[in-house]
Write a protein that binds this ligand. Structure first.
Ligand code: MLT
Length: 311
């Protein structure tokens, strides 16, 4: 009977699926790399969210490991090249948390445009800031979506009805353009210069280089805002901070950071930025779906050799 290690906390639907499939499992969360190295030789499968870093050292120690399942989309916490070299399959659960992430991006857009966090904080303190808070409407504005995968597509569908123009920067859109008549694919430079809201929904560059740096802010509208729910290193935080302080752009909202958990960050306390702790995908619904997908995919692979959503 194969054995799976669940090393991050996730919906217990994963445990139920392994039980139903007669797959043994252990739930051991919050372990250090050394602790995982000690126990990993026992397991054929491993399922993680984002907290466990599946390093080269762990992979080298995992003599029986055949499959690593990521309950989520990004696999940047897994050393995929080393896993592949060691004949391990890495799977993720694309689409499982796309709606949650797109809805959070939309919530951040509205929070920036209507200054909801500031309005909330001040009203709680009995400071009646009515005269100092003037929002901006979505209607007749341009939303720029960088990356048009599951999350970008979902965001573009969510804003239908808000009377917006939607620009997209996507390499893969040309071949499937007919399915998305409500968006226009443009270059990155055109998108950043024409958009009122720029929302990132792409992967980070393999070399870790940010997509948006100081020189880009000169092309952006000074009234525009930037939303990042993708990966922290897509936006250079120092350059963003300077651009905000120099009024090159009006606002930003970040759910992801160059270093997580973010214990210190140059954007902390900048009143023009709204920050959330990488919670875009953290909904009851999405947590269940990604755990269910990961457990089913791992079970199918260990029991039948079926490979689904391999990266
Ligand atoms: C993902 O990659 O699925 C999201 O960023 C959420 C997560 O880290 O689990």
């Amino acid at each position: 009977m194969p054995k799976v290690l669940i090393s991050d906390s996730m919906s217990n639907i994963a445990q139920k699926i392994f039980e139903k499939n007669n797959i043994q499992f252990d739930v051991k969360t919050g372990m250090s790399e050394e602790e995982i190295i000690k126990i990993i030789p026992e397991y054929e499968g491993m399922v993680v969210r984002s907290a466990t870093k599946v390093t080269k050292n762990i992979i080298s120690a995992a003599k029986k490991l055949k499959v690593i399942g990521r309950a989520g989309a990004g696999v940047d916490n897994i050393d995929v090249p080393t896993a592949k070299k060691n004949n391990m399959i890495v799977m993720n659960t694309p689409g499982g948390n796309s709606n949650a992430t797109a809805e959070h991006a939309f919530a951040l857009i509205m929070s920036v445009l209507r200054r909801i966090p500031f309005a909330n904080q001040t009203t709680h303190k009995a400071q009646w800031e009515k005269k100092n808070i003037k929002g901006t409407e979505l209607s007749k504005k341009t939303l720029g979506i960088v990356g048009f995968g599951n999350v970008g597509v979902r965001l573009s569908n969510l804003v239908k009805g808000f009377n917006m123009e939607i620009l997209v920067n996507s390499k893969s859109l040309e071949s499937r353009k007919k399915d998305y008549p409500h968006v226009k694919n443009v270059s990155f430079d055109e998108l950043i210069s024409k958009s009122d809201i720029i929302s990132f929904h792409c992967k980070a560059a393999a070399d870790g280089k940010p997509m948006i740096t100081k020189e880009h802010y000169k092309k952006i509208k000074p009234t525009a805002c930037i939303i990042n729910t993708a990966r922290g290193n897509i936006v250079d935080e120092k350059d963003l901070n300077e651009a905000l302080n120099e009024n090159l752009i009006a606002g930003a909202a970040m759910d992801v950071f160059s270093k997580e958990p973010a214990k210190e960050n140059i954007l902390f306390n900048n009143p023009k930025v709204i920050l959330t702790p990488h919670i875009a995908a953290s909904t009851t619904e999405a947590s269940t779906v990604v755990a269910e997908m990961a457990a089913n995919q791992i079970s199918d692979f260990l029991l039948k050799g079926t490979k689904i959503n391999t990266v």
